[in-house]
Design a binder for this molecule. Structure first.
Ligand code: AMP
Length: 203
């Protein structure tokens, strides 16, 4: 089965993609994670886009992704998290393979802004926390796992957050019309969102 999971930044799509990947035994492919791992020449360019909350150029993004999708483990299917995010990306993916379903994790703008502005990251071990929702750090601004001070990532600054929400509404949401879409309420707790996704697959 080939699935894509789409939702605004902070919707928890990555968490749901990981759960689904385990349940269905399919590789979880996150284009955001892939971009964050790139080293070398492209690094500066990628940081520029991510920090501003803008999308990395379609062609370059697909080039990186295609290499991953061509690997053996993707032959049986995959869960694509964060791609496609624009109509041209939909067309590029379509020319490569057909997608069975899109899962939309729906969350209101108000809730998104709250979730994203509360995010804190540990610079040493990369653990993620949230000062408003979960997981809250036990000690204010200190990583539970390694004791390092927590900080905001560049793309968690207020201007970048507003831009990411705008980019999602304008460029990404319209792509859902191109797929068989299963919509779930992403404002529930993680377990309930996952249950709702599974139920949609069982009916
Ligand atoms: P994510 O972790 O999915 O929220 O992605 C983080 C950032 O990576 C996004 O804000 C974009 O700057 C970039 N990115 C991830 N996926 C894509 C994509 N499909 N197209 C363009 N840029 C992307």
């Amino acid at each position: 089965m080939k699935l894509i999971i789409i939702g605004p930044p902070g919707s928890g799509k990555g968490t749901q993609a990981k759960l689904l990947s385990k349940k269905l035994n399919l590789p979880h492919i996150s284009t955001g994670d892939m971009l964050r791992e790139v080293k070398g020449e492209l690094r500066k360019k990628i940081d520029y886009y991510i920090a501003g909350g803008d999308l990395f150029p379609d062609e370059l993004m697909f080039e990186i992704l295609k290499e991953r999708l061509e690997k053996e483990d993707c032959k049986k299917g995959f869960i694509l998290d964060g791609f496609p995010r624009t109509i041209p990306q939909v067309d590029m993916l379509k020319s490569f393979t057909e997608i069975d379903y899109a899962i939309e994790v729906s969350v209101s703008d108000k809730e998104i802004i709250k979730r994203l502005s509360g995010r804190r990251t540990c610079g040493r071990c990369n653990s993620l926390f949230n000062i408003y929702t979960n997981p809250k750090p036990k000690q204010e601004n200190i990583c539970d796992n390694c004791g390092e001070e927590l900080h905001e990532r560049d793309d968690q600054a207020p201007e970048a957050i507003k831009n990411r929400v705008k980019v999602y509404a304008k460029q990404t949401k319209p792509i859902l019309e191109r797929y068989n879409t299963i919509k779930v309420n992403g404002e529930q707790d993680i377990g309930q969102v996952f249950q709702d996704i599974l139920e949609e697959f069982l009916v």
